[in-house]
Structures are given as C-alpha cells and as structure tokens.
Design a protein around this ligand. Structure first.
Ligand SMILES: C[S@@+](CC[C@H](N)C(=O)[O-])C[C@H]1O[C@@H](n2cnc3c(N)ncnc32)[C@H](O)[C@@H]1O
Length: 251
C-alpha cells in the first residue's frame, strides 16, 4: 500500500493534531493501538504546559514522546525496556527534537530519577504490563512532584467480569488480556493507596472504534499485526473492550 492510501485509512477527525503526522511513521513505530491518538486523547484531559518535564514510561518507539514534545512543548524522557535508546534517538533526531526528547533504557521498577523530578508522568499502552501490582503506584508516584499529574491509556474492559473470557471473545482471548481492566477498577486500584486523587477514569469515547480502525489499516497495509485483533473488536463492537484512560494527581 502506498503512503497516501495509508493516510486515508488513518483519517480520524477525533484526533486533529495527530492528523499532521504521516500514517507510515505511526504504523512503522506502533506497537499496539495507535500511540499518537492515545497520547492526544490523554492530553485532552491532562494539562501539559510548555517546559514541563514529562516521563513517558513504556514509550516503545517513542512516537508518543515525539508527539507530546512537538505539540505541547514539553521535555520528555522516553523510557522503555524492549526498544533501545539507540533506535529511539534516531527517530528523535529525524524529528529534530534531540534537545527535548531523551531516550533511555529503563525497567519500570528501577527508574534512574530523583524523587519529584517530573511535572507529569504518562504511560501509553504500557502501564498494565507492570502497574497492576498493588504496591507499584507507591514506587512510581514518587517520581512526580506533589500536585503533579499521572496519566495512562491502555486497552481495557468496560466492566470487570466474574469469569474471563466473556464467551463471545473466547476464540480470540489470550491469557495476558487478564491485565486489561475497567476505568472503575483502575480508579479503585490507585485511590485505595491514598497517594493520589483520581480526576478522570473513563473509556475513550469511541476508543474501540479507533482501535479497530487502526488494526484494519495495519492489516490492509501489511497483514500484521491487526487481523485477529480486528476480528475480535468487530465481534465485540464495544460491549466489552475499549481503551481505558486515567488521570490523577499526587497528593
Ligand atoms: C505494547 S508496547 C507499547 C509501546 C508504545 N507505548 C506504544 O503504544 O506503541 C508496551 C511497552 O511497554 C514496555 N514495557 C513493558 N514492561 C516494561 C517494564 N517492566 N519496564 C519498562 N517498560 C516496559 C515495553 O518495552 C513496550 O515497549
């Protein structure tokens, strides 16, 4: 598929800022539902001001880091475990952002920062890999200043289920989807610590449609990784699956 056709498949009026970025760049760097759309959706409900120091934890190919630095003028530490800083620095240099996006290799439980170093912490499509542990927030939240915000977006459920998978999703279900949780689950998971106050806990409006659109575009472009997940999302039609968004501030 040529780049123009891909741009057409990825037109989405819910994300006007993301529309300025090439579809090919997003597809080449995406590791889950479009991280650039998710970053824009997070920034809608999480005030980001120019000059703020932001941690993007589990940034993957650093697309969200580049987007946030460009669109909101923030300085971003793009931290990831699987994608090397060498690879991410190339993308950052291509975007002309070497002074404002700093790629680092980091494991979520061994972050090389001082307490209160950041004005905001974001994590897109990644927090559920390490953040479902009851005690993790106590470690993670110390890196943001008191009053500073923490925001996450990732695949999640509309509500919690007694038994998983919901029967209509059984053909598609993978065991690690057990880390996908509802907005209410995440709200309680964070608030029960007393360390943060949750301001927003919702599903992205039409998030499942965005996720499906993304997977269909990836599928039509290269056949992977979108096909089976797209079928699952079409079958579900937003009954069960979506993108969970949470914003809190540190108490
Ligand atoms: C599905 S990818 C999403 C990447 C990117 N944010 C995106 O949306 O395209 C999940 C990311 O979480 C990161 N990750 C998983 N476990 C991690 C850990 N323990 N510490 C740091 N990063 C982790 C991986 O390196 C991976 O890049």
């Amino acid at each position: 598929m040529d780049d123009g056709e891909l741009d057409v498949l990825l037109r989405n009026e819910r994300y006007p800022r993301s529309a300025a970025y090439p579809g090919r760049w997003m597809v080449d760097g995406g590791m889950g539902p479009n991280p650039v759309w998710q970053a824009e959706a997070l920034a809608e409900v999480m005030a980001l001001e120019a000059g703020m120091r932001v941690l993007d934890l589990g940034c993957g190919a650093a697309l969200s880091s580049i987007f946030l630095a460009k669109e909101y003028g923030v300085e971003v530490w793009a931290a990831d475990l699987w994608v090397t800083p060498d690879e991410n620095l190339r993308r950052v240099a291509d975007a002309d952002l070497e002074d404002r996006v700093h790629p680092i290799h980091a494991e979520a439980h061994a972050l090389p920062f001082a307490e209160g170093f950041f004005d905001a912490l974001v994590s897109i499509g990644a927090y559920h890999y390490f953040g479902t542990d009851d005690l993790y927030l106590g470690y993670y939240s110390r890196f943001v200043k008191r009053g500073g915000r923490l925001g996450i977006v990732q695949p999640g459920l509309v509500a919690e289920y007694e038994a998983l998978p919901p029967p209509h999703l059984a053909p598609y279900w993978k065991w690690d989807f057990c880390a996908w949780h509802s907005p209410a689950w995440w709200r309680r998971h964070w608030e029960k610590t007393g360390l943060v106050t949750v301001e927003v806990a919702d599903q992205l409006p039409d998030g499942w449609r965005d996720w499906l659109q993304w997977n269909e575009a990836c599928d039509q472009d290269s056949g992977t990784p979108g096909r089976e997940e797209a079928q699952m999302l079409r079958t579900d039609a937003g009954q069960t699956l979506g993108l969970t968004r949470l914003v809190a501030h540190r108490n």
